[in-house]
Design a binder for this molecule. Structure first.
Ligand SMILES: [Fe+2]
Ligand SMILES: [Fe+2]
Length: 168
């Protein structure tokens, strides 16, 4: 069964949104790099790579469904922040935007009875719960440091230990 034009457009927008997230995460990484927080910069860089992989999951799905992949323009990412916690809040806001977009596609796919979309979309619904919870946890930890340099350094080390295929 072919994708409806409406769903095809929504999946294409999602590819662009995931690539935009990858771009934004790289800008967050660069800011942290300059702040002398290499662990957090590393975490953001891996996050950026994960978003590119998300884009490719949608790309592959469109190609497998015989649909047309059409990439959109990517906005310039925000690159100036007031504080470290501000950077992670920007990340949470971006994730919430992605979650809303996925839920919107889910509801379109439901209306169109496009059952073949469900396994992919279910994976993304779960992934977004995970992503929002992980970033929220880091924000909570950062708020708890209350500007304590040692605590910030510990958190930087912890996030710096993230491996390529870690969940968080
Ligand atoms: Fe994503
Ligand atoms: Fe994400």
């Amino acid at each position: 069964m072919a994708l409806t034009q409406e769903l095809q457009a929504a999946f294409n927008d999602q590819i662009t949104l995931e690539l935009e997230s990858a771009h934004q995460y790289l800008a967050l990484s660069a800011w942290l790099e300059r702040e002398g927080l290499p662990g957090m910069a590393h975490w953001m860089r891996l996050q950026s790579g994960e978003e590119s992989e998300h884009a490719m999951k949608f790309y592959r799905f469109l190609a497998d469904r015989g649909a047309t992949v059409e990439l959109g323009a990517i906005a310039k990412p925000k690159s100036e922040f007031d504080s470290v916690v501000d950077v992670f809040r920007a990340s949470l806001a971006a994730e919430q935007r992605v979650t809303a977009a996925i839920h919107n596609i889910y509801s379109m796919a439901t209306d169109a009875r496009d059952f073949a979309s469900f396994p992919l979309l279910d994976w993304f619904v779960d992934e977004q719960v995970e992503e929002e919870s992980t970033v929220q946890q880091i924000i909570d930890d950062l708020e708890r440091t209350q500007g304590n340099g040692h605590a910030l350094l510990m958190l930087d080390r912890e996030l710096g230990a993230r491996q390529e295929d870690d969940e968080s």
